[in-house]
Design a protein around this ligand. Sequence first.
Ligand SMILES: [Fe+2]
Length: 230
Amino acid sequence: MTNAPVIINAFGDIDFVFNTRYDFRDRFNGEPDYFANKGEQRGLLLDTNFVADAVNLPLISAKERGAGGGHIRFSMAKGCMNSHISQFGVGTYKKAHAHGPGAHVIVMSGEGFSLMWPEGAEPQRYEWKKGTMIVPPNLWFHQHFNTGTTPARYLAFKSEGVSIRNAQGVPKAWISRRLGGDQIDYADESPRVRQWFAEALATHGLTPRMDEAYALERADLPSRVPQTVP
Ligand SMILES: [Fe+2]
């Protein structure tokens, strides 16, 4: 994950970008414990500059993204490059959503596949395992499925501009399409999605464990809002 192209284009001077000796001391001033493996947890955010073991880091439960997976986010070195870890259980999959370009998703454990597609097109399927990196293109929907025998965990990096936010500042990728957001509820997905998932699980002798997630969604699923013409 790099912002080098943007910075190089902004200044248009390679020597300035690479050879300026200015130190940003408010961000790092040689503090001996700066890279210590500690950090204060505030909600879903872990305030730290270093994570020693991202594969085994304990996570926090997050319902909004579907299927009751674990989640934790980081804001390191007072930067604008956000990162988070998400985990989802055996036999489960996440809701599809879309956002801006530049999110990098690195699979740290588990195996499965992702569907990705631009609005109105057929979903394309991409298999993944530990070490795979997935980069959803601009405004393509993407949806991650755990088809393996262990929980699946990924680490995602993105710059702040990747999030498309509503007027209240909430990322639209977290809001139901029924409410004008960019997340597709389970109830609105194509029946083929569930069929593909069940078939992939069957190759490991597994069956979907999505009933609880579907029931939770039904409990507070927004009714469809009629489209208004501006
Ligand atoms: Fe995403």
